[in-house]
Ligand binder design. Structure first.
Ligand code: PLP
Length: 407
């Protein structure tokens, strides 16, 4: 007897996560066939020799024998208390241990924050380009992602007029990714204040993804948007993955702050979802207090002459030397989002572009439309490899683009 084909759920119809999509699959096959690929596609620091602070690793090893049990659904008290202290340093007022949720990375909590909130037809404003988990989580939760543009000609700062225009009676919240993946932008305080004013006017929640808040170049300082008001609701996300180079420990957190009184029902929903997944992995939770209170070695990497700063400068210089390529220099994070002038490179399908670059030059990038950017004329490059690998990779990109120009 033959049974019907097994389909994925209709909920996944509009869900897309191209950072680990079909082009990566092709790269995997090529590696199996023995090809060596230079990977500029994922912000996974430790695999590039950017290892976590040793004190975190040693602490986890020491604590592992006591970490086999479940914890409270929101997480252990000590790391949550350390996060409360961190909110005080960042000027976010009125946060108690009860307002802090630990998760298996920020990713789990991002999805949870959307699942607890959205009904069919509810809208969330998400940046374009975005970190695509946001768009995917809104869709998976039954909501509708509505993209506001970030303005490349203005250093990839959100276009506030576009944001305002896209607010409707169904809008529930605004996602602000600052520092930004994929553009490397860091938003000025006045822009954050303007977003707060919009949220206040329309009664919207601000979802602040601040996972790169310590990866700052050229002496820049980060302002948490939740520090700017206490009369609207903020949900702020952070974690150890990037600032402490420990993506694999899956240690993230979420902080609810501001006008919590209006949000009691939503908070009940968050608590229910936190309970249903029992708790975040306990070893990851145990790393948080040590990380936040320890030596902040990320500062050495981003300082002038530090490894990440040098790699950013090199990648930016080499990319912008290629004819028809322009790129806003990142102020923060681990990525750049260069533009390929459509008059020079008339690309219609940027996934095909990424695929062809991989096949011809064995360099893996992610196409711009994978970040919900509306036109196929950008790609994201991760500047984590060592300088010699970056030079080689961008040299290959330049050669590939040279062939495209002559075609
Ligand atoms: N938010 C942004 C903007 C990211 O770039 C990433 C990972 O790349 C995440 C969230 C997810 O982080 P985590 O490892 O804590 O799940």
């Amino acid at each position: 007897m033959s049974h019907p084909v097994i389909h994925k759920s209709a909920k996944l119809a509009n869900v897309c996560y191209d950072i680990r999509g079909p082009v990566l699959e092709k790269a995997r096959q090529m590696e199996e066939d023995g090809h060596k690929i230079i990977k500029l596609n994922i912000g996974n620091l430790a695999v590039f020799g950017l290892e976590p602070p040793d004190e975190i690793v040693q602490d986890m090893i020491r604590n592992l024998p006591q970490a086999a049990g479940y914890t409270d659904s929101k997480g252990l008290f000590a790391p949550r208390k350390a996060i409360v202290h961190y909110t005080q340093q960042k000027g976010i007022a009125g946060v108690t241990v009860d307002d802090v949720y630990l998760g298996n990375g920020a990713s789990e909590l991002i999805t949870m924050s959307m699942n607890a909130l959205l009904n069919a037809g509810d809208e969330i404003l998400v940046p374009a380009p975005d970190y695509p988990l946001w768009t995917a989580s809104v869709s998976l939760s039954g909501g509708t992602p509505v993209h506001y543009l970030c303005d490349e000609s203005n250093g990839w700062i959100p276009d506030l007029d576009d944001m305002a225009r896209k607010i409707t009676p169904r809008t529930k919240g605004i996602v602000v990714i600052n520092p930004n993946n994929p553009t490397g932008a860091l938003y000025p305080v006045e822009v954050l204040q303007a977003i707060v004013a919009l949220a206040r006017k329309h009664g919207l929640i601000i979802f602040a993804d601040e996972i790169y808040d310590k990866v700052l170049y050229d002496g820049h300082v980060h302002t948490s948007i939740a520090s700017l008001a206490d009369d609207i609701l903020f949900v702020t996300f952070n974690g150890l993955s990037k600032n402490y180079r420990s993506c694999g420990y899956r240690a993230g957190w979420m902080i609810v702050s501001g006008d919590k009184r209006r949000a009691q029902d939503y908070i009940e929903g968050l608590n229910m979802l936190a309970s249903m997944r029992l708790c975040a992995n306990t070893p990851g939770q145990l790393a948080i207090q040590t990380a936040l209170g320890g030596y902040q070695s990320i500062n050495d990497l981003v300082a002038p002459g530090g490894r990440l700063c040098r790699q950013r400068d090199l990648a930016h210089r080499l990319l912008t030397e290629i004819p028809g390529v322009t790129c806003v220099k990142p102020k923060a994070a681990l990525y750049m989002f260069p533009r390929l002038d459509p008059k020079v490179y008339p690309i219609e399908d940027d996934q095909q572009f990424a695929y062809d670059l991989l096949a011809e030059e064995k360099v893996l990038i992610v196409q711009g439309t994978g970040f919900n950017y509306p036109t196929p004329d950008h790609f994201r490059l991760v500047f984590l490899p060592h300088e010699d690998d970056l030079t080689e990779a961008i040299g290959r990109i330049a050669r590939f683009l040279g062939h495209l120009r002559r075609r």
